[in-house]
Design a protein around this ligand. Structure first.
Ligand SMILES: NC(=O)c1ccc[n+]([C@@H]2O[C@H](COP(=O)([O-])OP(=O)(O)OC[C@H]3O[C@@H](n4cnc5c(N)ncnc54)[C@H](O)[C@@H]3O)[C@@H](O)[C@H]2O)c1
Length: 405
């Protein structure tokens, strides 16, 4: 049932206080019946978030899962049971999950190094695919996945969902909105992420560059995607400095020693003259992200923080200062609490709205395979620069990997 432009009632729909109403009396509170079914492949922390938001979003349901780790399957079942009395199908093989005739879409939320092989298997199904970021651990595999995504006849969406965090989404509204940019032409961009160390994972894959692609690819592809988005041009060169100063130094697992970056400074120059920087510290006792856009008509600073303190101030904010030319603004962007509580400040939920919209053929701003590739091109160039101490020209970096885009 479509309610046209009526404001969404998803926040109320799942509220058991309204269970007393006969179904025929629900209109504002009636959700759309699920019309699609998804299988989730990989049900660790992120796969479970996908289960949660699929069920809450409501236009699709989760049919089954595949994950070789028993604890992850148990977690998936527990998530699913919060939203449905149906039984969650547990597939015994990847092939069975991919070829399940009952499902329309596949969500791939496995460790980064598995993405290339899983995608090659998943596309045999022709089903819609939501692939977690980073698309791959290295530029060559990322290019292969980009080529696959470009040619794929169904939806091929990349999980670069930071674009949907309330703060960044509102910044996008402010600088790309119909009434013109809030800061004029953007000339420089700065992003900073200071946060706690990487969490534990199944097989601790994110402590080793071989499995994760290293920190700038694994985690910071989100921020390079945002830099690319706000710059609105092709990156030309990248210079970076970084290292493993504190986290997991000497940490051994399965005979291997952790080798991932925990701090870095990155500078990116874009073809249109925009300058950008990224600053990472992963040994902070909180989460703090900051974005600054300097334009020729104004200055924007956006932030998001979670400091675990009892008297926390607002967790998000945007300040736009425009001198005496136009009003300045102070904004506190948020989604409804029930949606934000589902994870990543509600961004994954919003990403799922657009996954279903993409399946329905509605145009959305979800990240494409090409944008997934560009985020890795910048991240891997930064990692190359850290290794060599040299500026990395993006065209040389692409050519060294036999890539022509
Ligand atoms: N979009 C985001 O903001 C975001 C946030 C966190 C993680 N991620 C991405 O999601 C993916 C998963 O990360 P996570 O944090 O959930 O890791 P995790 O270790 O918590 O979960 C990964 C799961 O995949 C399973 N798995 C491993 N190999 C598999 C295979 N071949 N087939 C099926 N299942 C397999 C593991 O048993 C585990 O349960 C990664 O690509 C990560 O970068 C994205």
């Amino acid at each position: 049932m479509s309610k046209g432009k009526m404001i969404s009632s998803r926040v109320y729909q799942g509220n058991p206080a309204f269970n007393y109403l006969p179904d025929g009396d629900k209109y504002f509170l009636a959700g759309e019946k699920p019309k699609y079914k998804f299988n989730v492949i990989g049900t660790g922390i992120m796969g479970q978030e996908h289960i949660r938001v699929t069920m809450l979003e409501g236009r699709a349901t989760v049919n089954g899962v595949f994950d070789p780790n028993e604890g992850s399957v148990a977690g998936a079942k527990a998530q699913f049971a919060q939203y449905s009395d149906d039984e969650l199908k547990v597939h015994q093989s990847l092939e069975a999950a991919v070829m399940d005739p009952d499902v329309d879409g596949l969500i791939i939320a496995t460790p980064n190094y598995t993405h290339i092989d899983l995608v090659k298997e998943a596309i045999k199904s022709g089903k819609h695919i939501l692939l977690e970021k980073p698309i791959a651990t290295n530029l060559q595999d990322a290019y292969t996945i980009y080529e696959i995504g470009e040619e794929y006849p169904a939806v091929f969406q990349i999980g670069l969902q930071y674009r949907y965090k309330p703060t960044y989404r509102e910044v996008i509204n402010q600088v790309k909105g119909g009434s013109g940019s809030a800061v004029g032409d953007i000339k420089s961009i700065s992003i900073l992420e200071h946060r706690i160390p990487f969490l534990d994972k199944v097989d601790q894959w994110n402590k080793f560059s071989e499995f994760s692609g290293d920190t700038l690819v694994e985690k910071c592809c989100h921020y390079f995607d945002l830099l690319n988005l706000f710059a609105g041009a092709r990156p030309v060169d990248v210079y970076a400095s970084g290292g493993q100063a504190v986290n997991f130094v000497g940490y051994e697992y399965d005979g291997k020693t952790s080798d991932i970056l925990d701090n870095a400074l990155v500078i990116v120059n874009y073809e249109n003259g925009v300058r950008a920087s990224f600053n990472l510290c992963m040994f902070a006792p909180f989460f703090y992200e900051e974005l600054i856009l300097c334009g020729d008509e104004g200055h924007l600073k956006a932030w998001e923080k979670e400091d675990f303190l009892p008297q926390s101030s607002a967790g998000t904010g945007i300040d736009i200062n425009r001198g005496d030319s136009q009003p300045s603004l102070r904004i506190t962007p948020n989604y409804p609490a029930r949606i934000q509580a589902t994870g990543h400040h509600g961004a994954t939920f919003m990403e799922h709205i657009d996954f279903v919209n993409n399946i329905d053929g509605i145009e959305t701003p979800t990240a494409t395979a090409l944008e997934g590739l560009w985020s890795i091109a910048v991240a891997s160039a930064a990692q190359e620069s850290i290794k060599t101490g040299q500026v990395v020209k993006i065209n040389d970096h692409l050519a060294a990997n036999n890539i022509n885009i």
